[in-house]
Write a protein that binds this ligand. Sequence first.
Ligand code: ATP
Ligand code: MG
Length: 423
Amino acid sequence: MSFQAPKGTFDWLPPKSERILAVREALVAPARQAGYGYIETPTFEDTELFARGVGESTDIVSKEMYTFPDKAGRSLTLRPEGTAPVVRAVLQHGLHNGQLPVKLWYSGSQYRYERAQKGRYRHFWQVGAEALGAEDPALDAELIVLAAGGFAGLGLKKVTLLLNTLGDKVCRPVYRAALQEFLRGLDLDETTRQRIEINPLRVLDDKRPEVQAQLEGVPLVVDHLCAACKAYHEDVRALLSATGVAFTDDPRLVRGLDYYTRTTFEFVHGGLGSQSAVGGGGRYDGLSEMLGGPALPSVGWALGADRTFLAMEAEGLLEDAAASRVQVYGVALGDDARRRMFLLVDEVRRAGISADMSFGGKGLKGAMKGADRSGARFALILGERDLAAQAVQLKDLTTAEQTEVPLARVVDVLKGKCSDPHA
Ligand code: ATP
Ligand code: MG
């Protein structure tokens, strides 16, 4: 073997690749049903967009970006996340000058130079939804309900929702100062000490046990919220409760950036070990301004399709994966029959029935093996003698029952059989 996929990447191959397509689609189905429109942005952007829109002090920008100069010397970066590109596109095209909120969804690959392991890849897939230009607890609640609906629609039972608020321009600075004061008194390494000064909220997110152990008694945002933020958060919680979406208050859940405000949430799955987050999101009221736009209070989420797939595996939801590739499989013996079968298979497909046929001049045995492997319910067998009689043998591969059908009628016969689940 001469080449391998780059470290931290992998290929999706049939039949699993079909399932991942369905997973991505199901995750955003509730958002589409709620009127979110599809947006597609380039897989690379100006590096500066992410430096500002994700933040210099984050792991993503400081060490995980795939950044390269193009031939004209521009610095470009493979997108590590979808929110900054969406906001860039909204501002560029003036979508925010129309009806607000602007509601959009996306689905695409993301690139981060991370320590590769199960559930953590350098090339992975996120679906996302964003609602831009409205500050309304019902909008936060709507997005959370839609994400929860995406997981539920896949049959996942072990997804938990963690919820927190980060305060706003008024109360966050006061909290930030209190947090910094507490953190400065801890025994931490130099890098973490620097983080206290630049981005103290991120220290709460440090997963190392020696750091977590010292966070007993750390000041919490909930205890520092201004009246407006408190009321907003209570509203979100009440709306979620009213719709029956279960959540756990997690007062230490953060997003590390100053323009993330108020509602923040994460979906975690119990069966995934340390890579347990299957999705996350929150309100980012300051991001548009960071990118040179007007004030555009917004909220959104991104769900990890690959981890969701692993979660489904962990819950045994993918076991009936031996799904059939096609419904009908053509087996032709001899050159004339092969040419006729080519037309017949085309006709079957045009009738809305999925079909494949044997290629490569195989004999009956080899071709029938292909029919079995395709998972088809019916085989169409065409020999020289059938051709002379303008007929074809229709074999039900589950019962081995075989009947002769005139070529002129076979598509109609198949239409009847393939639409009747009891046939
Ligand atoms: P984590 O804490 O696990 O690194 P994150 O906070 O970096 O996650 P987000 O940037 O919020 O994740 O992305 C949303 C979702 O995308 C995550 O919940 C996860 O399901 C998925 N995701 C993030 N990074 C990766 C990755 N490297 N490989 C696979 N999925 C990922
Ligand atoms: Mg990460």
